[in-house]
Design a protein around this ligand. Sequence first.
Ligand code: GTP
Ligand code: MG
Length: 195
Amino acid sequence: MIIKSADFVVSVSNVKDIINYEDLPQITFVGRSNVGKSSLINYLTNRKNLAKTSSTPGRTRLINYFKINNQFYLVDLPGYGFAQASKTEQSQWQGLIGGYLQNSKALKLVCVLVDIRHNPTKLDEEMVKYLYTYNIPFCIIATKADKIGKSQINKNLQVIANTFGVGTQDIMFTSSQDKQGKERILDKIESVLNA
Ligand code: GTP
Ligand code: MG
């Protein structure tokens, strides 16, 4: 897939507004705060600042929709598990994430991002269990592959795969910094959109 256009459409703070964006299929990124969701959207779309990134966790607090090729939306969800967020904020994020996943009729694929350096967290496991339980199609993407040596990549993917109970072939890895891993992710998105 070649991304010819990528435009920010809207930030949504209330679950009731998500029905306004069901005119096109949606591919959605979830994951722990700071895992690299917004950076991956910028890398995939070849745009530096389309999605706002930050080294401070909790940057993305709203649901952001980006329209790609006038064909589908990439959706950037708030990160979960940011301990320093206030209780009310945290539950609002969880409310937004859960509300989005339950109510988005145009949702075609959830990409669950995990940091390739670490074991998935309890919240990552809960997220995958949730998607599995509600029959929402998902894939796993391991981020920040530039942070470990090449020889370590397959080992870490194996650990992540074991945690989620999937095969290593079901996990893609990427580095938004070194710009690697984009082709497989775009192929996956294309095949889901064409299914
Ligand atoms: P929230 O919006 O808080 O949920 O975070 P996010 O998941 O959108 O993460 P974001 O893309 O803002 O990236 C968080 C930090 O990780 C930033 O400092 C990025 O520069 C850094 N980062 C993201 N992807 C990579 C990567 O592939 N390699 C390296 N080395 N750093 C990365
Ligand atoms: Mg973000």
